[in-house]
Ligand binder design. Structure first.
Ligand SMILES: *[C@@H]1O[C@H](CO)[C@@H](O)[C@H](O)[C@H]1NC(C)=O
Ligand SMILES: *[C@@H]1O[C@H](CO)[C@@H](O)[C@H](O)[C@H]1NC(C)=O
Length: 714
């Protein structure tokens, strides 16, 4: 989505200039390589450590001998950290929101209507102003009648008021329940009911949806909505029965008129109950303490190089996702500016951006942003597609530039920032970088493992290191994080300094800490970021959270990892995704899927193995463009895409391609799906078949395609 319609990158450079640049660019690095060459090898990033609890192979961060619990000095709760930052950076820009200019609907050729928005400059509020707003909101809540002994929930897309409300709640020691805006209705009812929420905050456009469900929720008393500028929907109140409905600014005003003294939380108090879209069944509420938030925040601050008030962060991922919440906590602790945007308005050519107007990244020119692999993969595909479409000289130049940079990055880190790098930047990459504003210096990536190819690609095209984080809601996103000067790919770095990572044996799956050449096993996270467990679910909590004899909490992730000699972790499998076939071989569905996904016919894939057979099968969401292109070339006739997917020759073409990529990834014979089914509808978070981070949800997909799977085994 980021790169959609770009890469006019290669237009308009004088040919002579380019030839000159290329000559210099090829000669100089050869010289530099001789002078400065040699890999920066052997930096130890994690070191083995003795810890309590279950036996295994444990590692700690190499830079810190003691675990870090809080950022800098003083604050032990989110409320205190927020207050500290707001005082320290009082006059600095804090939260920025784009000025709304207009909205229009355009009709596509097929009659569908698309909303386009025109947004202007960022308008900023200082740390001092935001602090006052959070205090006003907290007082207003009490005046409105919120009972401080009950919980409140935020159900909204990412925006400045989300963070202000969040901090406001903490000033009255209120636990906040967070829910993905894209979660289904059942999940929403379940989470609000389970936590007995009495005040709910939402976008004005969610009000209608809520009106429909509040009848099944008897604990909700107050609904506060975020106003939307330019929203056509003004008929918001009235239909909500006995509920008190107020706008966010009304509540702020109430509080400003009659301030209430704060009642601040303590370190071990539950700050957030975060509902995660589990891959099975109803979502689970993870109880996150103030201490957990501060631990991850403190640890990640040590990882981003020279983070400070000059940095500008582009916020657009869901704040109800732990990864974004952790990232914004880090930014506020460091005094950075946070500019809000959305995935649909990120670049000048994003779907919702009115033609000729600017996307969020162009307007904000962030220095830091977060991304999930699904988005980076799309950036990469978009750029490559454009390059291929251009063809000829432009394509050759891009490829040459890319190869040179790749060799440099893989060779020595010095080369990565040398003179040649500057030349290639001017000739080829500058325009790609301008997609994201041109100033990105660090990207935080998390949510799922990023493929090595994509990581390299973004490294080179964006010219910025990617810090790959590994963490779960259960560890408030904090477990491991790759360091900025680590140029390897496919790994998630050493343990963050707020905790330890231990590998314990999983005999059934054949992964042991004693494995050679590298220790392997189930990843267990211990330390200050490990949360208090699942809300009202002691059984599940006891199953995956353990406390050792020294009082340290450990979380059993269910992921399988491997430690490299330098102390960095690589995620290699998931416990849940391993199935024992009829003849006793173990098949790792995730491994099969990762391999098959590299076929250019595959948009999405789920492998499935029935333990009573000796082979596996797969559901494939085909890449329609690639498949239709093949059909035209092979002169296969079809009326629509669905029909094309039903054809035997299509299935056979895709299977041949799978067979090729399986060989390339050295899959065993039983790991290549014996039969496949092509399904035409894309898997999106809205369809409930993938998570917001675009991870497939096996149980949901299995349920939806039950008949198809049965047929594959028939
Ligand atoms: C809400 O929770 C109660 C138990 O606390 C349960 O009996 C009731 O069925 C739930 N209602 C809904 C709508 O889920
Ligand atoms: C904050 O609220 C919790 C209950 O949610 C309570 O146990 C705790 O004592 C309160 N903390 C303070 C400092 O009042």
């Amino acid at each position: 989505m980021v790169a959609d319609d770009h890469l006019s990158v290669l237009k308009g450079y004088g040919t002579y200039g380019i030839v000159g640049a290329v000559v210099v660019a090829v000669l100089i690095p050869a010289f530099l390589a001789t002078v400065f060459g040699g890999k920066k090898k052997g930096k130890q990033r994690g070191v083995p450590v003795e810890v309590g609890g279950e036996a295994g192979y444990a590692m700690r961060n190499a830079r810190e001998t003691e675990l870090i619990e809080v950022p800098q000095k003083g604050a032990t709760t989110m409320a205190a950290l927020f207050e500290q930052s707001c005082k320290k950076y009082s006059h600095n820009r804090f939260l920025g929101t784009r000025k709304f200019i207009g909205r229009e609907f355009v009709t596509a050729s097929d009659g569908r209507k698309f909303e386009k928005v025109h947004m202007g400059e960022y308008e900023w509020q200082s740390y001092g102003e935001v602090f006052d707003r959070a205090c006003n909101f907290a007082s207003g809540l009490i005046k409105l009648g919120h009972n401080v002994d009950t919980r409140a929930a935020i159900f909204s897309e990412t925006r400045a008021e989300w963070l202000i409300a969040f901090q406001g709640f903490f000033r009255q020691n209120i636990t906040v329940v967070t829910i993905y805006a894209s979660l289904g209705e059942d999940a929403l009812i379940h989470s609000l009911n389970e936590t007995q929420v009495s005040t709910l905050i939402c976008d004005s456009k969610q009000l209608k949806k809520l009106a429909a469900i509040t009848s099944s929720l008897n604990t909700i008393q107050n609904v506060i909505y975020f106003e939307d500028e330019g929203s056509s929907d003004t008929s918001v109140t009235g239909s909500m029965g006995d509920l008190k409905v107020a706008s966010f600014s009304e509540v702020e005003k109430l509080g400003k008129e009659s301030p209430v003294p704060p009642s601040l939380p303590s370190k071990n108090g539950i700050a957030v109950i975060m509902y995660t879209s589990g891959s099975t069944g109803l979502p689970k509420g993870v109880m996150i303490t103030h201490g957990n938030i501060l631990a991850t925040t403190a640890a990640v601050m040590t990882v981003v190089p020279s983070l400070g008030s000059a940095d500008v962060y582009l916020a657009y991922l869901p704040l109800a996702h732990v990864f974004e919440l952790a990232a914004e906590s880090v930014m506020l602790a460091a005094g950075c500016s946070i500019g809000y945007g959305s995935a649909l308005t990120l670049t000048d050519t994003s779907n919702k951006v009115k033609k000729g107007t600017k996307g969020d990244a162009t307007m904000l020119q962030p220095t830091i942003m977060t991304a999930v692999p699904a988005i980076l993969d799309r950036v990469r595909d978009g750029v490559l597609k454009k390059v291929n479409e251009k063809g000829g000289f432009a394509k050759n130049l891009f490829n040459l530039g890319f190869r040179r940079r790749l060799a440099a990055v893989e060779g020595s880190w010095f080369g990565a920032w040398g003179l040649e790098s500057m030349l290639w930047d001017v000739v080829v990459f500058k325009k790609i970088r301008s997609l994201l504003g041109g100033r990105i210096r660090f990207m935080l990536c998390g949510g799922a493992p990023l493929s090595g190819d994509s990581q390299r690609f973004i490294n080179i095209c964006m010219g910025a290191p990617i810090g790959q984080g590994y963490g779960l809601t259960e560890t408030f996103a904090g477990a491991t994080f790759s360091e900025w000067d680590d140029t390897t790919v496919g790994r998630v770095g050493p343990p963050l300094p707020c905790g330890y990572i231990k590998l314990v044996s999983w005999k059934e799956g054949g992964y042991l800490p004693s494995d050679k050449p590298m220790p392997r096993g189930e990843i267990v996270v211990g330390g200050y970021s490990v949360t208090a467990g699942y809300f009202k679910n002691q059984e599940k909590t006891d199953e995956v959270f353990k406390v050792d004899e020294k009082g340290m909490r450990w979380f059993y992730t269910g992921d399988i990892g491997m430690f490299h000699p330098d102390g960095c972790l690589e995620i290699i499998d998931r416990k849940k995704d391993i199935v024992k076939l009829q003849h006793g071989e173990y098949i790792s569905l995730g491994k099969v899927e990762a391999a098959l996904a590299s076929s250019n016919y595959v948009d999405n894939v789920m492998a499935y193995a029935d333990p009573s057979h000796n082979y596996c099968v797969a559901l494939i969401v085909p890449a329609s463009q690639a498949l239709e292109k093949w059909a035209h070339e092979a002169e296969v006739k079809f009326n629509d895409f669905a029909e094309l997917c039903e054809k035997a020759e299509t299935v056979s073409e895709v299977q041949q391609s799978l067979s090729k990529v399986a060989k390339a990834s050295k899959l065993d014979k039983f790991e290549l799906p014996a039969k496949i089914k092509l399904v035409t509808e894309p898997w999106t978070p809205e369809s409930g078949l993938v998570t917001a981070a675009m991870k497939i949800k096996r149980e949901q997909i299995k349920a939806k395609f039950k008949n198809e799977l049965n047929k594959l085994y028939a």
